[in-house]
Design a protein around this ligand. Structure first.
Ligand code: AMP
Length: 387
């Protein structure tokens, strides 16, 4: 980070944002920029390519949305911005950010993702739009149908690049980027920087500036972590116990599989605790409804598989519970990025059966610190086995 920027800049105005954007920031209720915003906004306004090493919860969406909207002001109505995201949930959220930050600017945006009919998107694209926020597969369908033209494209944003590569989108990304103008500004955001993402950035970015929030792979520091040792078959009973006894306002529970998510919802239901499931077997409208009722607070408990892992912007989640230990250590960091967002505090609990001990150790090595164990009498496999 440029030390001068760190020392001097404390307000959005000092980052070079114009009144239209400052008004939107004020409407959003933000008093000062987050570190990634402080570092990235002036660089994007200067026209630099950027690698942003930041996970969800750091304010990274505004870090690229605000300066891009500013750069669009007063320009022609052509498709000048493409944001690519791994999931439709993230696409919808980035679209919402553009709408929010472009409140005082005449900038139009549409989300483009699969699982919903293609024709309305086709009509909207053909009518012309400034910003397209898309998942790679559905965007390629539109490109094949020649629904969208990127000849005037100025900005490409790759959001959660590591996740897109994890999901096997590399070939689609290549096919899309091949069709974009070479002279453009490219911003790549990623929570982690494995070799594949570095290779991608070498290929697509020109002399990028790296802006980084904290140490690589660092978990959100406002989150309190705990591991509950518990036999697999006692996990649902422990969950019910915690949900009954602890102060948990809104709880996001992660399971490894869709069936696991449905099973947890059923167990909770039988115990008289209302919960809803969010996973890829649900239709898009069911997923949207589930998210909306969770966001509005109507549903207190959401049980989700990985699709909700990143990009799910639900402010004020008090607890994340890993019902199963994540398979990839990075996923642990992403999941707990759901709580502790923008400096709120939150708790992240992980249920660990005996066969998951090694995975928890791997996660702890990556975090560089042990996660405290909490032993609930009658549930801990140590005490259960001894009894
Ligand atoms: P993101 O990392 O982009 O997913 O943003 C995380 C959350 O932080 C979102 O709910 C934003 O609305 C919120 N946020 C972004 N920038 C700020 C800021 N400067 N001050 C307070 N909250 C913010």
């Amino acid at each position: 980070m440029d030390p001068e920027i760190e020392d001097r800049v404390t307000t959005f105005g000092e980052l070079g944002l114009v009144p239209e954007l400052l008004a939107a920031v004020q409407d959003a209720g933000y008093t000062e920029p987050t570190p990634i915003q402080r570092d990235a906004i002036p660089r994007v306004l200067q026209g630099r390519d950027i690698i942003g090493l930041a996970q969800t919860g750091t304010g990274k969406t505004a870090a690229f949305t605000l300066p891009i909207v500013q750069r669009l002001l007063g320009g022609p109505r052509r498709t000048r911005v493409l944001v690519l995201t791994p999931t439709r949930e993230l696409a919808a959220q980035v679209e919402a950010s553009f709408v929010k930050y472009a409140r005082h600017a005449a900038v139009s945006v549409i989300p483009v993702y699969g699982g919903v009919p293609i024709e309305p998107q086709e009509r909207a694209l053909r009518a012309g739009v400034d910003v397209v926020v898309a998942t790679p597969g559905r965007l390629l369908d539109h490109l094949e149908r020649q629904n969208v033209c990127f000849d005037a494209l100025e900005f490409l944003v790759l959001d959660e690049a590591d996740r897109m590569l994890d999901m096997g989108f590399a070939p689609q990304l290549n096919r899309i980027v091949e069709q974009l103008p070479r002279y453009r500004q490219t911003l790549l955001f990623s929570a982690t920087m494995p070799a594949e993402v570095e290779a991608l950035s070498r290929k697509y970015l020109r002399k990028p500036v790296v802006v980084q929030v904290g140490r690589r792979s660092e978990a959100a520091s406002t989150v309190t972590h705990a591991v509950y040792p518990v036999p697999r078959e006692r996990k649902s009973a422990l969950l019910i116990e915690l949900l009954r006894n602890d102060q948990m306002d809104s709880v996001l529970i992660f399971t490894r599989t869709k069936h696991g998510a449905d099973r947890v919802v059923r167990h909770l239901d039988r115990a008289g605790i209302a919960a809803i499931a969010l996973h890829a077997d649900k239709s898009q409208s069911q997923r949207t409804r589930a998210l909306e009722s969770f966001k509005s607070g109507a549903a207190r408990i959401l049980v989700a598989t990985d699709i909700a892992q990143r990009g799910l912007d639900v402010s004020g989640i008090s607890h994340v519970i890993n019902y199963d230990v994540p398979q990839q250590p990075e996923d642990y960091v992403h999941r707990i990025g759901r709580t502790g967002r923008a400096a709120q505090t939150g708790d992240a609990f992980t249920f660990m059966s005996a066969d998951e001990i090694a995975m928890v150790r791997t996660i702890e090595r990556m975090l560089g610190q042990p996660i405290p164990r909490i032993s609930v009498p009658g549930y801990d496999f140590g005490t259960v086995a001894a009894a």
